[in-house]
Design a protein around this ligand. Structure first.
Ligand code: ASP
Length: 287
């Protein structure tokens, strides 16, 4: 399994001890035969609950001061996908998505009606505006963009099935109601056992108008099997040239794992049955 913590996230001394606990936990669950979607939900939920990133407990507010979170999940065996966006008062968005996944014929639910479902099904705080984020300003840089923190995970389990999950608080200075790529199937997340799995991060407007994560996977699959990190990076470089926005991703393309980003840094990690690592720069990657 692979995870990321958003473009420009860094492995600071504050963040590193969190991974010292997370990696062994994930490795244990993986060795225990954890299913792809369950493992991806677990990983993203731990990242959300840490409060260290712009997702879950650490999510930043929209420009009206209200935190509205987005998340999405897809199972590559069943091809079932669900995104939920613009929900208030639910830090555990990955768990909300998991609870609703496969229960409706729809692939996206948003706003107050999604909150109503959440309230009826065990999230009493859903819809409340008290979000409990630590200090939203810490995530904003001078250009008004969030510094870092969308979180995502892709998994291939012991049976070879794939899953992808992404969760975010969005970007800095966004309008109330704005939805980025993260909760959009094919945009910020995608999984198909026959193609691959991906979780994206970066400015959602640029990612979506470039065709999103599924376009990246298709481009990689049709590029003739060159080194996966390099093909993914070339795609992200085109996004940067055309839209002036950096982006990043973790994924599995035709069985090959990859991380790629055009931001200076991106916390990313790999957990397998044999080894685990976390880093924030490409020169630390094991593949
Ligand atoms: N992709 C997220 C969004 O546009 C933000 C990010 O990944 O930093 O909402």
């Amino acid at each position: 399994m692979l995870f990321h913590c958003g473009t420009d996230s860094e492995l600071t001394p504050e963040v590193r001890p969190f991974f010292d606990g997370l990696l062994p936990e994930l490795a244990l669950r993986l060795r225990g035969g954890g299913k792809a979607l369950d493992m991806a939900i677990l990983c993203v939920n731990r990242l959300e609950e840490s409060g260290l990133f712009n997702a879950g407990r650490g999510a930043i507010p929209q420009s009206d001061g209200v935190v509205r979170r987005d998340a999405g999940a897809m199972d590559g065996a069943s091809m079932k996908a669900l995104g939920i966006s613009q929900v208030r008062g639910v830090p555990a968005m990955s768990r909300l998505v998991a609870a609703l996944h496969g229960m409706s014929p729809h692939v996206h639910l948003a706003g107050v009606l999604a909150e109503e479902w959440a309230r009826r099904n065990g999230w009493p705080e859903a819809g409340s505006q008290k979000a409990g984020y630590p200090d939203p300003l810490t995530f904003w840089n001078e250009s008004g963009q969030s510094g870092s923190g969308t979180v995502g995970c892709v998994v291939r389990d012991s049976e070879g099935h794939l899953a992808a999950v992404t969760s975010t608080g969005g970007i800095g200075r966004m309008w109330p109601g704005r939805i980025g790529d993260s909760p959009i199937v094919g945009g910020g997340f995608y999984a198909d056992d026959t193609l691959g799995a991906i979780s994206m991060t970066g400015v959602g407007e640029a990612i979506l108008t470039s065709g999103g994560g599924v376009a990246l996977l298709v481009a990689m699959a049709s590029s003739g099997g060159g080194p996966a990190p390099q093909s993914a990076r070339e795609w992200l470089e085109r996004v940067e040239r055309r839209f002036g926005a950096t982006a990043g991703c973790v994924g599995i393309s035709l069985g090959r794992p990859f991380f790629a980003h055009t931001s200076a840094a991106m916390v990313r990690g790999y957990v397998g049955t044999d080894r685990a690592f976390v880093g924030d720069r490409a020169d630390q990657d094991p593949f």
